[in-house]
Design a protein around this ligand. Structure first.
Ligand code: COA
Length: 203
């Protein structure tokens, strides 16, 4: 089932951030986050008007992640506010069910404070314990240096480049880089960085 162990950590600006799986009750918070943030992200493909922002739909979408064998949605929360989101859906067909695509974003006023790394580490710890999954794929724009640095540091390698795959409203063109990671079973990144994180149950 798509659920991570909840974690609490202090970000680089000493804010207490919760990292946990999304629940259907989070639908409104996720929608608020998307409405507020989506169009600020230069490096994201979806624009806010292309995302379904209906509460019933969002609840079902979150539920599909919670119940799926190879899917998970992870939130970063500061108090009640959603400040980051990581989303993974594995292949729907049996032959590709061991792979899937991860997407991540952090609210613009929370970026660069360690939250993206924490969410990715929580996600990869979950993925490496998942019996179905063997690898993770992602796509990133070629000029998104911060994200590429993060993914490389976690072990992702470049597997391909889709030249001119993104065309902005201004006519600017960017490549999309495909990166992949072969999962090491039992690779608990949270454990490795144990000093930084607190298991929410222990707090
Ligand atoms: C990309 C993103 C998810 C990273 O999350 P974040 O919370 O800002 O990143 P972190 O603070 O955890 O930093 C992670 C790593 O990024 C790199 N990094 C951070 N700031 C950087 C900068 N200004 N330039 C280059 N690399 C940088 C570092 O390698 C850092 O690793 P460290 O922990 O060793 O310092 C976030 O910036 C974001 O949402 N950006 C907009 C949306 C987006 O681009 N999503 C990804 C689409 S593929």
């Amino acid at each position: 089932m798509g659920e991570i162990r909840p974690l609490i950590f202090k970000d680089h600006r000493n804010r207490e951030i919760w990292i946990r799986s999304a629940e259907p009750e989070d639908a409104k918070g996720v929608i608020r986050y998307t409405k507020d943030q989506q169009d600020r992200f230069e490096y994201m493909i979806s624009r806010s008007w292309e995302v379904n922002l209906d509460v019933k739909y969002e609840k079902e979408y979150i539920e599909a992640h919670t119940q799926g064998q190879n899917a998970v949605m992870i939130l970063a929360l500061h108090g009640e506010r959603v400040v980051g989101l990581t989303n993974f859906i594995g292949g729907m067909k049996q032959r590709i069910s061991h792979d899937g695509e991860v997407g991540i974003s952090v609210a613009s006023d929370y970026q660069g404070a360690g939250i993206g790394r924490c969410m990715m580490e929580a996600f990869l710890s979950w993925a490496s314990e998942n019996p179905t999954l063997k690898r993770v794929t992602l796509h990133v724009m070629g000029n998104n240096l911060r994200a590429i640095a993060l993914y490389r540091s976690l072990g992702f390698v470049v597997e391909g480049r889709r030249r001119g795959a993104v065309v902005f409203e201004t006519g600017r063109v960017e490549d999309l880089i495909m990166m992949g990671l072969i999962l090491e079973k039992g690779r608990d990144l949270i454990e490795r960085n144990g000093k930084k994180w607190t298991d929410a149950k222990e707090s």
